[in-house]
Design a protein around this ligand. Structure first.
Ligand SMILES: NC(=O)C1=CN([C@@H]2O[C@H](COP(=O)(O)OP(=O)(O)OC[C@H]3O[C@@H](n4cnc5c(N)ncnc54)[C@H](OP(=O)(O)O)[C@@H]3O)[C@@H](O)[C@H]2O)C=CC1
Ligand SMILES: O=CC(=O)O
Length: 326
């Protein structure tokens, strides 16, 4: 008998075929997110779950007593309750590497859009306000400017490479672990966070959301930044104290921001960030290209199948690797 799994989002046909070869599966094939009560019912007797969000709590796990693996179709797994999963022996997997270059492209899009006011000026032209030769649309140069990257992981590295080799930027970084090989390869410089904040034209956060990164960037950090600097966040909204960011923007402490992520998503309609011309806002689309999303779905399916067929999935999240080492 094939193991039972549930797929909580629509997936490409080829990915579904792979799962069908090994599993007895059901799938949520609707555009709107699966309602919680439907998901809780569907996971009652499954051994595997593939999910775009992976909100896996103690309460959720109690509804899924046979669950062996949760395959997250994303690289960030902050919605996993790691301790609860450990306690119930449930492996969690994610989709690193296959989206790195795509997210790095988007991060650079945010840098360029913020610095050169692309979104604001697009609206200006489309709303018929362009009357002739204007000279007050100045932005800020990206080439040869200083980019400070907080979080030099898989994606941080791809952003650093674009910045250093493509735009000839001066790249500073902070990270839990120093990366001498990248320093040598791209000429990037490791420094203290305070130095990075004081000396960067663009401060870009590429950290996972964890207990130690929650609201890591707050009022103090914004106060150290240059008044001409831009803040770019393409990782998780909760890594930043959003109220402090709003205050910093309102009071001219920093020049602008480019945001793919927010404290609450979807972002609330009355969030002041949505009213600011100097803030570029995107609906969490870092990995949203057809190719990257296909590759993520395929990788997630491979992890799911491995987890329910007695193999070791390739991408178990680091904190849960202990479950297969037992
Ligand atoms: N907007 C979007 O659509 C997307 C958002 N993301 C988000 O981006 C995050 C990063 O992705 P990825 O690059 O693949 O992840 P990685 O795990 O490769 O990189 C994260 C980096 O952050 C460092 N780090 C972790 N904790 C701390 C800390 N407390 N202080 C300083 N540095 C720290 C790690 O250090 P060390 O090297 O020591 O481990 C690591 O280098 C994801 O977790 C996800 O939340 C990812 C993809 C798309
Ligand atoms: O936010 C997206 C991810 O892959 O993590």
């Amino acid at each position: 008998m094939k193991p039972k799994v549930y797929i909580a989002k629509p997936i490409p046909k080829e990915v579904e075929e792979l799962i069908a070869n090994y599993c007895d599966y059901k799938i949520w094939n609707h555009e709107e997110p699966i309602p919680k009560e439907v998901l809780l019912k569907e996971v009652e007797d499954v051994e595997g779950l593939m999910t775009p969000k992976g909100i896996i709590t103690e309460e959720f796990l109690a509804y899924a007593p046979r669950l062996k693996v949760v395959s997250n179709v994303a690289v960030g797994y902050d919605a996993f309750d790691i301790e609860a999963m450990k306690a119930r022996n449930v492996i969690g997997t994610h989709t690193p590497y296959v989206l790195d270059e795509t997210v790095a492209d988007l991060a650079f899009g945010l840098i360029l859009t913020s610095a050169r006011r692309l979104a604001e000026l697009d609206q200006f032209v489309k709303s018929g306000k362009w009357r002739g030769i204007e000279d007050d649309f100045y932005g800020q140069d990206v080439h040869h400017a200083t980019l400070g990257i907080i979080g030099m992981g898989r994606i941080g590295e791809k952003i650093a490479r674009r910045a250093a080799l493509g735009f000839e930027m001066n790249v500073l970084y902070t990270n839990r672990t120093r990366k001498p090989d990248l320093e040598e390869r791209y000429g990037i410089k490791y420094c203290e966070t305070e130095f990075l904040l004081k000396n960067s034209d663009f401060v870009l956060v590429m950290l996972p959301l964890t207990d130690s990164t929650y609201q890591l960037i707050g009022e103090k950090e914004f106060s150290l930044m240059r008044s001409t600097a831009f803040f770019i966040n393409c990782s998780r909204g909760k890594v930043v104290d959003e109220k402090a960011l709003i205050k910093a923007l309102q009071n001219g402490i920093i020049r602008g921001a480019g945001l793919d992520v927010f404290e609450e998503e979807p972002v609330e309609k009355d969030n002041p960030l949505l009213k600011m011309d100097n803030v570029v806002t995107l609906p969490h689309i870092g990995s949203a290209t057809a190719k990257a999303r296909f590759d993520m779905a395929m990788k997630a399916a491979e992890n799911l199948v491995a987890g329910v067929t007695g193999k070791v999935p390739e991408n178990i999240v680091p904190e849960l690797k202990i479950l297969i080492e037992k």
